[in-house]
Write a protein that binds this ligand. Structure first.
Ligand code: SF4
Length: 431
């Protein structure tokens, strides 16, 4: 939480410039070179100068700290999370509306904060930007932002947003274009609403903002079994049709700019039963966190990673993933077993918590993992838990912890990075 005036320091990293300057966790940074600090973005913006005059409050005393930045030494301050602004929409596909009751409070926060978009790539609809926000975005060059467009047709967009007062997104994006601010756009594909000709039109309209529109991602709507809204999932034919539209636009943009600009989410290819394009066709992977190019990146990494012939002798590991990624991971674990001396089995975990149609690993709950693996742990020495299923406190979505998994399954647990290298490292370190 931020202090009323200034920013409260949560942590000072050892050996950092902040530590050497005498700052302490709990101190409140009030201003830098007379600029009052509202949030960590202000800190980032104003702390880049070589000579800094910081006004600091410690308990009830205020004092100045002067810092001269000589070399590249890291500042090393961690602030508490931002108090985020929330959204004014009521999107028909909003994931928060599709959550069952009883999960941790933070999961129900409908954030719509351009600062979170700048810092962490969260998607915003630009429905609550004030004139002061816009001024700041331009002044501090807060870009690229990640913008949920869905449709450039205002009535269609507002229906999807559940907000009759939603702004004209073309006008909003023109503001970014005129100010030379870059952005990434996403279209959540909702069959019957923004597909077919609407999708074509939206892609064409967004293309008008090139080169400030860095990428346009088309992702299928995610629907849990707890939804109450009248909306259907993306089926094979919907995915095929969307990929056809995307492919036609990509060809045109590639010919003109050498850049496809628009991309289909991995899930669209999987739903259509089409092979995923090679990694080189994904440009700068601007929307990888949105599931655009994630599988191609993994596949490309599997080709580069070195599998040691001798891994821990006679060890038997197991790991797990979501249903959609299972075939790709299985192919890689088979390769590891072929080239080394470990046994590494992978389990596909069906999402019973949100419903079968949610197939990505990132939305698996600890309870579903336990249920899937519970009767199959005999002979295994360790479970390798991919970090994609955990939050920063190492908890699953349902607050199940790693030690809960260990207690329930009775075998060792090791958290690993969700990459081919992470898997190999996890196995090697378990020797
Ligand atoms: S913008 Fe829509 S999807 Fe995002 S939090 Fe608000 S209601 Fe939910």
């Amino acid at each position: 939480m931020q202090a009323e005036q200034g920013l409260k320091i949560e942590e000072i990293l050892p050996g950092s410039l902040a530590e050497k300057s005498g700052l302490l966790a709990g101190d409140i940074l009030i201003s830098i070179n007379s600029h009052m600090l509202r949030d960590p973005i202000d800190f980032m913006y104003y702390s880049g100068d070589d000579n800094l005059d910081m006004k600091v409050r410690r308990e009830d005393k205020e004092f100045d700290i002067k810092i001269t930045r000589k070399d590249e030494i890291e500042f090393g301050i961690e602030f508490k999370c931002l108090k985020v602004t929330t959204c004014r929409n009521n999107c028909m596909f909003c994931f928060v509306r599709q959550l069952p009751k009883g999960l941790r409070k933070t999961l129900y926060i409908k954030d719509e904060d351009y600062r979170m978009s700048f810092l962490y790539g969260n998607y915003i609809t630009l429905s609550n930007l004030s004139a002061a926000d816009k001024k700041r975005i331009v002044e501090q060059r807060l870009s690229p932002l990640y913008i949920s467009v869905h449709s450039t047709n205002r009535p269609v967009r507002n229906k999807l947003l559940g907000n009759p007062k939603g702004p004209d997104i073309m006008k909003e994006l023109k503001f970014f274009f005129d100010n030379k601010l870059r952005f990434n756009a996403q279209i959540v594909l909702c069959p019957g609403y923004n597909d077919g000709k609407e999708l074509q039109q939206t892609i064409n309209n967004l293309y008008r903002f090139y080169p400030y529109v860095l990428s346009i991602a088309v992702v299928p709507v995610g629907l849990t079994m707890h939804r109450k809204q009248n909306i259907r999932p993306v089926e094979k034919e919907d995915a095929e049709q969307a990929l056809k539209t995307i492919g036609t636009a990509q060809k045109r943009f590639l010919k003109k700019h050498g850049n496809p600009i628009v991309y289909g989410a991995d899930e669209l290819y999987l739903k259509a039963g089409r092979p995923l394009p090679p990694l080189k066709e994904y440009g700068d992977l601007y929307q990888i966190e949105n599931g655009v190019g994630m599988v191609p990146l993994f596949l490309s990494q599997t080709k580069k990673v070195k599998i040691p012939r001798i891994l821990p002798h006679k060890k038997k590991f197991l790991t797990f993933t979501g249903v959609s990624f299972y075939p790709f991971l299985k192919k890689f674990t088979d390769k590891i077993m072929e080239k080394s001396n470990v046994i590494l089995d992978v389990f596909p975990v069906e999402n019973r918590f949100f419903g079968k149609s949610i197939t990505v690993a990132g939305l698996l709950t600890g309870r579903d993992v336990i249920k899937t693996i519970l009767d199959s742990t005999d002979g295994y020495e360790m479970i390798l838990v991919p970090d994609v299923v955990l939050n920063s406190d190492d908890k699953f979505l349902d607050d199940v912890t790693l030690s809960d998994i260990k207690d329930a399954l009775g075998i060792y647990i090791k958290k690993i990075s969700s990459t081919p290298e992470g898997l190999i490292k996890g196995i090697s370190e378990a020797a």
